[in-house]
Design a protein around this ligand. Structure first.
Ligand code: 6GU
Length: 251
C-alpha cells in the first residue's frame, strides 16, 4: 500500500511511523509512506498557506491552491488513490472503515489545520473522517491513528494472522481478560479454567467474559451482536446479579 500524507507539519510523523509494527510493515514492503508539506506548493515569497475568511470572523482559513497543487503532484505517476480529509466534521472512524481502507492500494490523507480550510477543497475529497468527538489542533494525530489502524490489518503486518481477528472490535465485541505468569500476583490469582488445559471450556469462558465485558462497558455495541439463546440467557442472569446502579464488574 502507498500511503501519502499531506500536512503542514511533516516532522510530526517522525516518531510513530518509525516504531514497532508500523516500522516493520515498511521494512517488509507492505506499506510505503510519503509525507508531503503542502507549504512547498505555495508560489509566493512568504509561502502563504492561509488567509482571512471571506465575510469576516476570527482565525485563518487554509487556502485551496497549495493543498490542491500538492494533491495533483501526489496523484501524478501513481494509480488513483482514495483521498481522505481528516476533519472533526467527518464520518466517525470505526474498525469497519479501517478494514475498507486496508483493502486499498493507495490512500491519500489530507491533514487540516488552524481554524479550517476553504470549502472548495472538499470537491477533491472522496471521504471525510473524524476520529472522535473532541477537537484536535490538527489532522496529523488523526492521520497517524487512521494509518496505524489500517496498516495492522494488512495481511502479514502482524506476527500471526489470527491476532488481528481476536481483537476488541473485530466482531464489535470487547476482548476477554488476559493473564500471564505469575499465577499469583499481590494476592490475586489467575482464573482456574485457564489452567485446566480444556480448550472448549476455555473458549466458552472467554466468549462469556467478552460478552459480559461488552454488556457492562459498551452496551451500545451489544445491539449489533448476534447472540445464541444460551448466550442471551447467560447475560441476563449475570446482569441480574448486579444490583441496579452497581457498576462494579461481575466476576
Ligand atoms: Cl480528523 N481533526 C481534528 N482537528 N480534530 C479531530 C479530528 C480530526 N478527529 C477528532 N477530532
Amino acid at each position: 500500500m502507498l500511503l501519502q500524507i499531506l500536512t503542514l507539519f511533516p516532522e510530526m510523523f517522525n516518531g510513530p511511523l518509525r516504531c514497532s509494527i508500523i516500522k516493520r510493515a515498511q521494512e517488509q514492503g507492505l506499506v510505503e509512506f510519503r509525507i508531503w508539506n503542502f507549504r512547498d506548493f505555495t508560489t509566493d515569497k512568504h509561502r502563504t498557506v492561509d488567509d482571512v475568511p471571506y465575510g469576516g470572523g476570527d482565525g485563518m482559513v487554509l487556502k485551496p491552491e497549495p493543498i490542491i497543487s500538492c494533491l495533483k503532484a501526489v496523484q501524478r505517476d501513481n494509480p488513483p488513490g482514495k483521498v481522505i480529509l481528516l476533519t472533526p466534521q467527518g464520518e466517525l472512524f470505526k474498525q469497519a472503515i479501517a478494514r475498507e481502507f486496508a483493502a486499498e492500494e493507495h490512500l491519500i490523507l489530507i491533514c487540516g489545520h488552524y481554524e479550517g480550510f476553504d470549502e472548495r477543497i472538499r470537491a477533491w475529497v472522496d471521504r471525510e473522517i473524524s476520529i472522535g468527538d473532541y477537537v484536535l489542533t490538527g489532522g496529523e494525530l488523526a492521520a497517524m491513528v487512521v494509518s496505524d489502524a489500517v496498516i495492522r490489518l494488512i495481511p502479514g503486518a502482524l506476527g500471526s494472522d489470527t491476532s488481528a481477528q481476536d481483537d476488541s472490535f473485530s466482531e464489535n465485541i470487547l476482548e476477554y481478560p488476559q493473564y500471564t505468569r505469575p499465577y499469583e500476583f499481590e494476592g490475586m490469582t489467575v482464573p482456574d479454567v485457564l489452567l485446566s488445559g480444556h480448550h472448549a471450556r476455555i473458549n466458552d469462558w472467554r466468549r462469556k467474559q467478552a460478552l459480559l465485558r461488552t454488556a457492562l462497558r459498551r452496551p451500545d455495541l451489544l445491539k449489533d451482536l448476534s447472540l445464541s439463546a444460551a448466550e442471551q440467557k447467560y447475560l441476563e442472569e449475570k446482569l441480574n446479579e448486579t444490583t441496579f446502579g452497581n457498576r462494579e464488574e461481575v466476576k
